[in-house]
Design a protein around this ligand. Structure first.
Ligand SMILES: N[C@@H](CCC(=O)N[C@@H](CS)C(=O)NCC(=O)O)C(=O)O
Length: 211
């Protein structure tokens, strides 16, 4: 029995696919074309009423959404992968903390930056809101950078936090004018290390062909 991951290359589906690959889990990737708004179609909303990717169908047939929940779930169901520190292990609390920060403080802001018209009509300052959201994303990414132990996010080594944080660092909001090289160099180094990781190279290149 396989997992089925619904998503698109370059989207939040990356972190779930990377976690599944690290866990050695069998899965299929089902493309949801966001350029055609397929994530908001009635068919897809049966899987995720929020109209967003990723969604994961578990081998049991149950659907789970939300990247933070999915990273936790995959780590829990595949403990040998050590994607997260075990309960009671050092750094467990900080791992949960920073996953929650990225899911709640960063990811929600990405929707405002990417789909500003959902929040304010164009003539009511959409450009200003977009810029403010982008600025907040960058401030928050810089705070995430400060939490990185180096060379990986956690001092114990590679974890799901590297996958999650590196994904945000590749998105449009962090991409211009050499900003990320200057302000989030440790996250850039983590992204480069993920691209070199044998279990992730092909997945990384498919999702982030421009690095
Ligand atoms: N809270 C969700 C956010 C998911 C999300 O915003 N996904 C984006 C793609 S990266 C999406 O589907 N956007 C399309 C839309 O909002 O219409 C999660 O953590 O999974």
């Amino acid at each position: 029995m396989k997992y089925i991951l619904y998503g698109e290359n370059g989207s939040g589906a990356f972190c779930v696919e990377a976690a599944l690959a690290e866990a050695g889990a069998a899965f299929e990737f089902e493309n949801i074309d966001m350029s055609k708004d397929e994530q908001r179609s009635p068919e897809f909303r049966v899987l995720n009423p929020s109209g967003k990717v990723p969604a994961l169908k578990l081998p049991s047939g149950e659907i789970v959404t939300e990247t933070s929940a999915l990273l936790n779930l995959i780590a829990e169901r595949h403990p040998a992968s050590h994607l997260l520190p075990a309960p009671e292990a050092p750094e467990r609390a900080q791992a949960l903390r920073w996953i929650a920060v990225m899911a709640s403080e960063l990811y929600t802001m990405v929707e405002i930056a990417a789909y500003t018209a959902r929040f304010v009509a164009a003539h009511k300052g959409a450009a200003v809101l977009k810029l403010s959201a982008k600025r907040r994303i960058r401030e928050r990414m810089a705070a995430v950078e400060q939490a990185v132990a180096g060379p990986w996010f956690l001092s114990r080594g590679f974890s799901a936090l590297d996958i999650y944080a590196a994904m945000f660092s590749r998105w449009r909001e962090c991409r211009s004018e050499g900003w990320r090289e200057e302000h989030i160099p440790q996250l850039c180094a983590i992204a480069a290390a993920l691209a070199e990781r044998p279990s992730l190279t092909a997945i990384w290149n498919r999702h982030f062909p421009n690095g």
